[in-house]
Ligand binder design. Structure first.
Ligand code: N01
Length: 488
């Protein structure tokens, strides 16, 4: 990647110690760029996997694919890793690569301003710092979305968002309500239906479910992985190919044979596994599979048919002291209410105040919604690069692979400064506008725009995800087109 350079005395500020912040630190170190700091507002690393600790949390991307390409892990216990194992993996990698000691915890960046060619950083505790480059690794699904439902505050029991799980609250023998039917709610349902007195799942919109299996790796298999890293690589290569062909390359074209096959698979999963015809029809979406982010589950249909579980499809009228009142007048009495209602995916670094060249405030630039050239760079915000920025999600693919490719692209931009070709660079306004116009046209043709509500859609209803194939993403991340950058 990086070779000899004219200037290595550059300082990097990394925002966030989640998956992509840790990745950035490791890659900078690898390039001999050791003057960096990671600021993390929480008191632990891990990002999403630190924040989401709800029962049943796991990753639907298989374990041997859901890790850095340079740090495979023979110790995964399951084909799909539980959240706690992923958290332990990131802690272990950060420690092994010596980047954990470079994280400053409980440091919330509130303001970044580009002044005289450098980024000046302010934190909520009053401390300050300066750097030449900022890497924004603040995550996508990070700001919980609280539903606007009348009476939410009046509920007398415990109520919390799925990403703020309250472990003090006992669940055994309790009546638990879950609002939402996304990936999170389906995993919670799978984990809790047989453990609580009653589980009421409040469904506004049904989901297509891709069936998966999640067997444990045996001790023999793990011993083989330890001995023979090629065995892990083989699994990773196979799974990656399946993901690319089976998901990532098919979502941009509504009637692709791959998408029709996914539709058939989901329909069959529903028809084969839900016995009661009334329940089955309540669970049947009226939109195309893949329109919302696909839910993958090994146990959701079993769980929702458990005698303790009830699927509530009447809309929520309001929340009262003792539970949820639905529009049919029924009161669903509850002890605990979980809001599995998703996230505000358009927040990114906000509410930080980011001020680029000549006092340009990101809050104004992004007034109508976030954008970034190729998800990475924003005009007039030089030497500031985003990982998993706007349109970052690429077709249900592992965000780790996406971030690795993005970082390697970013390093090539940084190299322009290190080699003395320029002092500062960011995407040009014209290239960003051109990219965005093409992106919007392509996004309108994707399955995400085929008629459903989802977190992929921006305020104008345009899917804010990479609208082309995964292969195109890989190609575009190989090498920046420097003509699209303002370099000065
Ligand atoms: O959130 P969501 P999530 N009244 O936005 C409902 C990743 N992830 O946390 O469909 C009633 O998908 C809303 O209803 P509707 C993955 O990328 C991955 O589940 O809008 N209901 C919906 O059902 C995923 O896509 C894993 O009608 C309300 C739900 O809440 C993303 O995170 C695991 C409501 C929100 O679903 C987000 O998933 C978990 C209201 N007022 C998450 N407001 C892996 O396995 C919202 N809803 C990798």
């Amino acid at each position: 990647m990086t070779t000899a350079s004219a200037s290595d005395d550059v300082r990097f500020i990394i925002m966030g110690a989640g998956m992509s912040g840790i990745l950035s630190a490791i890659k900078l170190q690898e390039a001999g760029l050791n003057d960096y700091v990671i600021y993390e507002k929480a008191d632990r690393l891990g990002g999403t996997w630190r924040e989401n600790e709800y029962p049943g949390i796991a990753c639907d991307v298989p374990s041997h694919m859901y890790c850095y390409t340079f740090a495979s892990n023979p110790e995964w216990n399951y084909r799909h890793p539980p959240g706690a194992e992923i958290q332990a993996y990131f802690e272990d990698v950060a420690h092994r690569y010596g980047v954990d000691s470079r994280i400053q915890f409980r440091k919330e960046i509130t303001r970044c301003e580009f002044v005289d060619g450098r980024w000046k950083i302010e934190m909520s505790d009053g401390s300050t710092d300066e750097g030449d480059f900022v890497i924004a690794a603040t995550g996508v699904l990070h700001h919980p979305a609280t539903p606007e439902i009348e009476g939410l505050d009046s509920f007398a029991g415990a109520c919390f968002h799925s990403a703020r799980w309250n472990h003090e609250v006992p669940l055994e023998g309790k009546r638990v309500g879950v609002i939402g039917t996304g990936s999170t709610a389906t995993q919670i349902t799978g984990a809790l239906a047989d453990k609580v007195a009653k589980l009421s799942l409040f469904q506004r919109t049904p989901q297509w479910i891709v069936p998966i299996e999640n067997p444990a790796y045996t001790e023999e298999e793990k011993a083989e992985f330890r001995k023979n890293p090629d065995a892990i690589k083989q699994i990773r290569d196979d799974v990656t190919r399946t993901f690319i062909d089976g998901f990532a390359n098919i979502l941009h074209e509504v009637d692709s044979p791959g998408l029709l096959a996914v539709q058939a698979l989901c329909q069959q999963n529903l028809d084969d596994n839900v016995k009661d015809p009334v329940l089955r029809e309540k669970l049947r979406p009226d939109y195309r599979a893949g329109c919302k982010r696909l839910v993958m589950s090994e146990n959701f249909y079993d769980a929702i048919q458990h005698p303790n579980a009830e699927l509530v499809t009447d809309g929520i009228e309001r929340i009262e002291e003792s539970g949820v009142r639905t529009v049919d007048g029924r009161l669903h009495e509850l002890d605990v209410l979980v809001l599995a209602t998703g996230f505000q995916p358009d927040r990114f670094m906000r509410p930080m105040e980011i001020v680029g060249r000549e006092g340009k405030r990101l809050a104004d630039v992004w007034e109508k919604g976030p954008f970034a050239y190729k998800a990475i760079s924003i005009p007039d915000v030089p030497n500031f690069f985003m990982l998993n920025g706007p349109y970052g999600p690429v077709g249900n693919f592992s965000l780790i692979d996406v971030a690795e490719m993005q970082f390697s692209y970013i390093m090539q931009l940084i190299d322009q400064v290190r080699s003395g070709s320029c002092k500062e660079l960011c995407a040009s306004q014209s290239a960003t506008e051109r990219f965005d116009a093409e992106r919007i046209e392509a996004a309108k043709k994707t399955i995400w725009a085929s008629g459903c509500r989802s977190w992929y859609l921006d305020a104008d209803g345009i899917p804010a995800a990479w609208p082309w194939t995964f292969d195109r993403f890989t190609k575009e991340m190989e090498k920046p087109n420097l003509e699209d950058y303002d370099m000065s």
